[in-house]
Design a protein around this ligand. Structure first.
Ligand code: CA
Length: 255
């Protein structure tokens, strides 16, 4: 009997019950390696009509294609993290350029990406979509919400629960496609067996508190997790588009 580690994945996106279209985009791409890696991304577009969808898709595709064309000199995670941050900046520039097209002048998007390489997770982030690490039954938010309310939470003026209902919760302080207002956070963490990485748009976090997330991912049928979380959002009214991309690192036994 040998024990091997493997990643399992779950992803789902849905329009919800109120919006006309889905302006979220996501990707989950598993590289064949060597070395093995995978890329997860979520983006929440804005800008009216079809423009939000264009922006979020352009953001995710720009990063996905950048990663495909890297020469995979993965030995140095710091270099990979820098390149991932550059790819998010490139997505911002691509959206600014695409704003010249009719109907797209005010489009923008959040973007949260995670590249997992061995036991390292490298994260690039702008906006109020979120990355979570769920470890030992506890969900820890990895990313700062780039929003007015996010700053109030970090300053202690507003609780997480109050933030979910706050009238200004949609006011972003950073996003791709907003000239002069795009801050890209880069972070790096070391993963452990049993960890779950979960990226999501605010359609999820507006209705599902962190404690409920950690319960939801703790089940044998991990592939169903993203779909079940989206269903839960829709049972609570589905006011927004919702997107979840998640991965769990598991130990498996082989004869
Ligand atoms: Ca949203």
């Amino acid at each position: 009997m040998t024990h091997m580690m493997q990643w399992r994945f779950s992803a789902h996106t849905d329009t919800g019950l109120v919006r006309d279209g889905n302006e979220d985009s996501c990707c989950l791409e598993v590289g064949s390696g060597p070395p093995p890696f995978f890329l997860m991304a979520v983006a929440d577009g804005m800008g009216g009509h079809a423009a939000g969808e264009v922006a979020s898709n352009l953001a995710v595709e720009t990063v996905r294609q950048a990663v495909q064309h890297w020469s995979l000199e993965w030995a140095d995670p710091e270099r990979v993290l820098a390149a991932l941050g550059d790819a998010v900046e490139a997505a911002h520039a691509a959206i600014l350029a695409a704003q010249q097209q009719p109907g797209q002048d005010s489009m923008g998007t959040t973007l949260t990406v995670a590249l997992v390489l061995g036991d390292e997770a490298l994260v690039g982030h702008s906006g109020d979509s979120r990355g979570y690490l769920i470890r030992d039954g506890e969900a820890r938010q990895l990313t700062d919400d780039h929003s007015v309310v996010g700053e109030l939470v970090r300053g202690g003026a507003v609780t997480e629960e109050e933030a979910m209902q706050h009238p200004q919760r949609n006011l972003l302080t950073s996003a791709l496609g907003v000239a002069g207002l795009c801050q890209v956070d880069r972070l790096r963490l070391t993963l452990q067996p049993g960890d779950v990485l979960l990226l999501c748009t605010d359609g999820l976090t507006g209705l599902i508190p962190a404690a409920e997330l950690s319960q939801a991912v703790d089940q044998a049928d991990f592939e169903a997790v993203a779909r079940q979380l989206v269903d839960l959002v829709n049972q609570r009214g589905g006011p927004d588009n919702t997107t979840v991309v998640a991965a769990r690192w598991e130990k498996v036994s082989r004869e």
